[in-house]
Design a protein around this ligand. Structure first.
Ligand SMILES: [Mn+2]
Length: 244
């Protein structure tokens, strides 16, 4: 993978993606302080280093819906009031592993693309595998979007995408809005097909880490990824809560 990329890039100028104004949005309430304090510190120092703006939202704003929907609503509002070019929405269980890389690599600003999603996959011995058969069914594709890390262009189409996402749990898809994986399920069923031509799915920059063995495998096969969407963090918190 890396070797092909570097062959295509002929020098330092060509390899430098055009820089843009990027806002990073993280939603984390105090209930997940256990790991969110670490990941927020990681995101803050990474953003300062590269000149991105980090906004941490800590309030549930839609009490009638699962907390995940507050993340989507706050991101929707954020995009409307920001002058950024792109907004990155990162779950509190994501962190930057390779801090030398820039978010422009993930965004890869292509004309006509309004949203870039991380993929709902994990790697097993270097092979990308879908995480959810439900997702494959809903999206009619092997590689589905994961709502835990994504980028939206600050354009009228990007804003409309976020508006439509937030309308569905109150309208046509209210019956599945609280079915796991909730906001992601609504994305698969209600938005993905309709917006397919304007969505790009990134396969390798953001890797889902399932457990310690999976993390060891990832590093052995690919080296350090750019960003980890790390299930070990949420599992650690669940274990601690059980012990209490
Ligand atoms: Mn997550």
């Amino acid at each position: 993978m890396n070797s092909i990329d570097s062959v295509e890039q002929s020098g330092p100028v060509a390899s430098e993606t055009r820089r843009c104004k990027i806002d990073v949005v993280v939603m984390a309430t105090s209930e997940i302080d256990d790991y969110a304090l670490e990941t927020l510190a990681n995101w803050q120092s990474y953003c300062s280093q590269h000149g991105y703006t980090l906004t941490h939202y800590d309030q549930q704003v839609l009490p009638e819906l699962h907390i995940n929907w507050s993340k989507i609503e706050l991101a929707r509002q954020h995009l409307r009031t920001s002058d950024c070019d792109w907004m990155i929405v990162a779950d509190a269980d994501t962190w930057v592993c390779d801090r030398a890389r820039r978010l422009e690599m993930f965004i890869n600003d292509e004309a006509g693309i309004e949203a870039v999603f991380s993929s709902d996959t994990s790697t097993r011995a270097g092979v990308l595998m879908p995480l959810s058969i439900r997702g494959v069914w809903e999206c009619r594709e092997w590689i589905c979007p994961n709502a835990g890390f994504f980028a939206i262009r600050n354009s009228s189409a990007g804003q409309k995408f976020m508006d439509e996402w937030m309308e569905l749990p109150f309208g046509r898809l209210s019956h599945i809005a609280d079915q796991p994986p909730r906001d992601q399920l609504v994305l698969w069923r209600g938005l993905f097909g309709k917006w397919r031509g304007k969505i790009r799915i990134d396969k390798w920059n953001v890797l889902r880490v399932l457990d310690d063995f999976n993390w060891w495998q990832i590093k052995a096969v690919f080296g350090e990824p750019f960003i980890a969407h790390d299930r070990r963090l949420t599992l650690r918190l669940k274990r601690k809560q059980k012990l209490q």
